[in-house]
Write a protein that binds this ligand. Structure first.
Ligand SMILES: NC(=O)c1ccc[n+]([C@@H]2O[C@H](COP(=O)([O-])OP(=O)(O)OC[C@H]3O[C@@H](n4cnc5c(N)ncnc54)[C@H](OP(=O)(O)O)[C@@H]3O)[C@@H](O)[C@H]2O)c1
Length: 366
């Protein structure tokens, strides 16, 4: 891991100085939906994207610095996600790129600026792209790479769910599952910043020492309580939480579904809300009727893509992005650790990104 981080730092230093020319450009593309390890291939796209290609007045040539592999990218390639790009398509939905060249009528971007995609499904697993100015969002190029590359999806998801549901006040409690996921780590930190207590559910590791290490890493980030999926069914463990002064949660954040979510839901206090934003267990969401009825509980869903579409250009969108950037720059919010893989090692990267027991966010770098 130390070797990876050193490699990433070295890459960053070279990436900040753009090459004057490049000979070939590549994209990780798929022609059919299916297993990403089988359908994704590295394709030379130099004929459509090159430094010498004249740009339309509103176009921008960008070079990707890094792109994430998120669970939704995998589901999109499998053909099981809400977004189904027309094929052939380039994988990826999130990444950070540097502007190399701009068309004559581009007003808000200049070479060396850092940009992220302004629209979902733009295909970020590529070395370079020519795209229109309106499809890019300028970001602060003083952000560090782990924050910049992950700015688009998981931080806004954590931020919005905590802001928009449960009407939380300092001292309130949030229970979440998948707590070591990228979203989960951001939820823990935002809750700490905003004064909410957290109960964090994780999957136990086969080695209990690894589970303990995971518990400690989440507590170091600000988690008040960490429990395993099994602990959720253990009255003694859960009673210790309530007797420590932590109130019953007002908000449950669910990215796992299945039995895990059912158990989180049971612990909600009166009028509590469960927000489902993922189903990593691939199991259905089943809610127990008793607590649902007698505590007036609410169950709802959240999709950040829908939120962004509905709030594009609105002040709350700009305010959220600015707040998140500030929190990252001030060091109050740490981006989830990144695990870099070279672009050409994409199969290894996909394997790592889909393996159980997450250790960080897999990113593709040049
Ligand atoms: N709705 C939205 O707008 C939105 C936005 C962002 C993300 N998401 C969703 O949120 C989820 C997390 O995304 P992420 O990028 O933060 O993920 P991530 O960093 O890749 O982490 C995945 C998490 O899922 C857990 N997990 C995987 N399979 C599991 C299983 N069978 N049972 C229990 N836990 C399991 C992992 O636990 P282990 O470490 O134990 O494997 C890990 O905590 C994904 O489903 C993603 O699609 C939704």
């Amino acid at each position: 891991m130390i070797k990876n981080s050193l490699r990433l730092m070295a890459q960053l230093r070279t990436i900040k100085t753009p090459p004057m020319a490049f000979n070939s450009t590549y994209a990780l593309m798929y022609k059919n939906y299916g297993d990403p390890l089988e359908v994704v291939e590295k394709v030379d796209v130099t004929s459509s994207v090159s430094l010498d290609k004249p740009l339309e007045p509103n176009q921008v040539l960008i070079q990707y610095i890094a792109s994430t592999i998120n669970p939704s990218d995998i589901n999109t390639i499998q053909g099981t996600y809400a977004i189904k790009p027309s094929l052939p398509a380039v994988g990826g939905n999130e990444g950070v790129a540097k502007v190399l060249k701009t068309g004559s009528q581009v007003t808000n971007l200049k070479p060396e600026d850092w940009v992220i995609p302004a629209r979902p499904g733009s295909g970020t697993w590529r070395t370079h792209a020519i795209t229109s100015e309106g499809d890019l969002m300028l970001i602060d190029n003083e952000l560090d790479l782990p924050a910049a590359v992950q700015l688009n999806v998981n931080p806004p998801t954590a931020y919005r769910m905590l802001k928009d549901y449960g009407n939380l006040k300092p001292g309130d409690c949030v229970i979440q599952n998948g707590s070591n996921s990228a979203v989960g780590l951001l939820v823990i930190q935002l809750c700490k910043i905003w004064g909410y207590k957290t109960i964090n559910v994780v999957r136990a590791r086969p080695d209990p020492k690894e589970t303990e290490k995971l518990f400690n890493s989440l507590k170091d980030l600000g988690a008040d309580h960490v429990v395993t999926e099994d602990d959720l069914r253990n009255r003694e463990v859960m009673d210790k939480i309530w007797s420590s002064g932590t109130p019953k949660p007002i908000l449950a954040l669910n990215c796992i579904s299945g039995e895990n979510a059912t158990n989180c839901f049971r612990y909600l206090g009166d009028n509590g809300v469960m927000v489902t934003y993922g189903a990593m267990s691939k199991k259905p969401l089943t809610l127990p009727a008793g607590p649902f009825i007698f505590k007036h509980l609410i169950s709802t869903g959240f999709w950040v893509t829908k939120w962004k579409k509905e709030h594009a250009g609105k002040p709350e969108y700009t305010e959220m992005t600015q707040n998140l950037v500030n929190l990252f720059k001030e060091g109050k919010l740490q981006a989830p650790k990144v695990i870099p893989f070279k672009f050409e090692d994409y199969k290894e990267a996909i394997r790592k990104a889909t393996a159980p027991y997450v250790e960080g966010k897999v990113i593709l770098t040049p």
